[in-house]
Design a protein around this ligand. Sequence first.
Ligand code: NAP
Length: 342
Amino acid sequence: MHKLRVAIVGASGYSGEELLRLLLAHPNLELTCITSRQEAGKPAGAVFPRYRECQLRFIQPDVDQIAAQADLAFLALPHGLANEYAAPLLQRGLKVIDISADFRLRSLEKYARYYQSEHPAPELLQEAVYGLPEYYRQDIRQARLVACPGCYPTSVLLPTLPLLKVALVETGGIEAFSMSGVTGAGRKLAAPFLFPECNESLRPYAITGHRHLPEIEQELALAAGVKELHINFLPHLVPVNRGIHSTILMQAKNEKAGEQALECLQQAYQNEPFVRVLGKGELADTKNVTMTNYCEIGCAYDPHTGKVILSSAVDNLSKGAAGQALQNLNIMAGWPEDCGLR
Ligand SMILES: NC(=O)c1ccc[n+]([C@@H]2O[C@H](COP(=O)([O-])OP(=O)(O)OC[C@H]3O[C@@H](n4cnc5c(N)ncnc54)[C@H](OP(=O)(O)O)[C@@H]3O)[C@@H](O)[C@H]2O)c1
């Protein structure tokens, strides 16, 4: 059987390494190409000794070479770079799954505002399918270009979308307090992410205007059927390697609606392979999802304040990045959605 040939562009970063881990174990595909400017020429096993047996060598990120070796490319690059690869790879007939933020926003104006530059390929922005399988599965099947959601947005959207869709909660006053492990910042040297700066400490950052905010608001507004919706999104850095936890407050429409929230979530996700809605009284815990593609969701209603309180946990590098990207590939290829992800 001809195996699908797959490339990872930016395979030496944290999301790229997680993709490498998952793709090497996937039964239906062949990892044929991995790129890194700094590691070019070295075998993957030399850069990541846990894959010592892997002799596949990093190459420079050259579009022609990638296209010659692969049918589909994952882009695991810093934002702003994906288009340099997506457009020419699509032209050469490859499919592309992008993990960066470059194709997630539908509004050119918001892209320019939050990323401080004009979008280089507006036509691709229109074409790209938002890669949240639980909501865009049909479109993902047909897609040439999939834009995987950010890690924070995945943790905020999965618990909140079902409640907005059936209008159990108000669209105003939503607050999301999210906490991310340090791999969320990427595998780069920067003082705020050095071990002594993060360890034994917990800090908020980008509490106004975080780049994931417009992506979250875009999908919440679509689910609620409103033009604009604003939330308070408060990210924090916590001293763990992997994992995101979000606590989200939403005002219930009324007491009955608040009491129905948990059941609504359980129904919405009863057939989803990677969303676990917890029982009454249970809250999400990152340690139960680390190194997995699951999102766990807990839900409580507080009649004292009228708030629905949601708790969700994902692994930022898996359901928040590489795992979700592979889930999308499985859908595009027509394979079982959990292939290589259990
Ligand atoms: N980390 C997470 O939890 C997470 C979660 C969801 C989404 N994402 C998104 O996924 C993308 C990758 O994130 P990451 O955390 O894995 O980043 P990272 O650890 O910094 O890795 C970036 C990768 O891109 C390569 N690269 C950097 N600049 C390049 C350039 N100019 N041309 C070609 N290759 C280049 C790097 O290798 P060389 O420098 O050797 O070329 C490296 O392999 C980002 O857009 C990020 O926002 C990350």
